[in-house]
Design a protein around this ligand. Sequence first.
Ligand code: SF4
Ligand code: SF4
Ligand code: SF4
Length: 218
Amino acid sequence: MTMNHYLIDQIDALLPQTQCRQCGFSGCRSYAEAIAAGRADINQCPPGGQQGIQQLARLLNIPAKPLNTAHGVPKTSRMAAFIDEAMCIGCTFCIQTCPVDAIVGAAKQLHTVITAECTGCELCIAPCPMDCIRLVPAGAVPMPDRKETRLRHQSRLQRLDHTEPVQAEQPESASPPPSAALLSTAAERKKSIVQAALERATALRSQTTTNQSSTSSR
Ligand code: SF4
Ligand code: SF4
Ligand code: SF4
């Protein structure tokens, strides 16, 4: 089936580029494609809220409708991810997850969020084995520019295209569940990273305790 790229571009331009997947698709572009093809409704994007629905309705010349809250509700204020660097073990899971490359860091080094580029999509929170990422108010830092965020997301996808097998776009709900073997490998990997970090922390603690007791016995 041929896609109407002009229409998809117009729809995508109205979407927030948060890339949060709450609409049920792998990103704003996929959702735009689904709307253009009549495979998705216009009220599935919580970050876009009612204003976004009205803009889509105007573009498509169809009636607006209320947000489908089964997909979530809009945030009431600008939030961004924050990493407690004292807890970070440098596993890189968050970097691998961030759809807009808003996290910097390297393996076994602490990671940091670039607040000005973070859309607050929350996708990095669940994969963190140390539970050291949380959303915090972004203060005066505005939401990142939509066009720049789209470009960062596209360049990430292109980079992944060169390193990972390409998969057909599907609604998240229609994606087959990961196999038990894959889940168990990921869980094992997470477990061993956390275990290693805990062992390092225990060793550090006992070293500190030994140092303190040898100082106090002098
Ligand atoms: S729900 Fe998230 S990913 Fe989907 S269109 Fe809205 S901002 Fe983009
Ligand atoms: S840092 Fe986390 S919350 Fe921010 S854009 Fe990346 S994945 Fe989303
Ligand atoms: S997922 Fe958590 S522990 Fe791993 S690098 Fe990111 S912040 Fe650090």
